[in-house]
Design a protein around this ligand. Structure first.
Ligand SMILES: [Zn+2]
Length: 205
């Protein structure tokens, strides 16, 4: 290779070394569970990637083309492996599921179809069958029921709900329709019912 060509190849490798972390680090961070909005996280990781790329580029700047190529290939492989080993996409993202008003997870395949997390269909038929006077009453009562029965699930936790292999995202915009006071008095009512059941079981023995 001519000296000039060599220099050109060498500087292309330098550029690739600089740019690779900028492009790949945000992808590696895509499934991170943070409160940072996606775009901001992506920009942040891109910036960090830029810093890493810059350091790498300076480290190998004076090295031979072959050394640079090997370093670049290794970097690429490392990122690819990292991205591939990440958790697979959630059902919510894969199938663009709708947010359930009751549990707040993106778990409804289409309008009027049963939610895959709380198993409630938000439909007029269901409201009538269950004897609710209004949709609002139905949502509040079903929410109280869901959050008091479901173990390890709180109003805004976990961000990802797992059901075996299936995973669903919570909609960050969703808010429950009940107040904390309503929830606490609901729990007290449940306790009373449980005590009553225990008492009946005891006296029947
Ligand atoms: Zn639901």
């Amino acid at each position: 290779m001519m000296k000039e060509e060599k220099n050109k190849a060498s500087s292309i490798l330098d550029m690739a070394m600089l740019v690779t972390p900028v492009i790949m680090l945000p992808q590696l961070g895509e499934s991170l569970n943070t409160n940072i909005p996606e775009l901001a996280l992506s920009a942040l990781l891109g910036g960090i990637g830029g810093g890493i790329g810059f350091v790498l580029m300076w480290t190998i700047k004076e090295k031979q083309i072959i050394t640079k190529s090997v370093a670049l290939a290794a970097l690429f492989l490392l990122f690819t492996l990292g991205i591939a080993s990440q958790n697979p996409q959630t059902e919510s993202a894969k199938r663009a599921l709708l947010t359930c008003q009751i549990c707040g997870y993106k778990a409804i395949p289409s309008e009027g179809v049963e939610c895959e997390v709380c198993f409630i269909p938000i439909t007029e038929t269901f409201r009538q069958d269950e004897g609710y006077d209004s949709m609002e009453e139905m949502i509040v009562e079903e929410q109280l029921l869901f959050f008091s029965i479901e173990e390890d699930v709180e109003v805004n936790r976990p961000e990802i709900y797992s059901d075996g292999e299936l995973r669903y995202n919570k909609d960050p915009q969703w808010k429950p329709m009940f107040t904390m006071e309503q929830y606490e008095s609901w729990l007290r009512e449940l306790e009373v019912i449980e005590e009553k059941i225990d008492f009946e079981v005891d006296t029947n023995q």
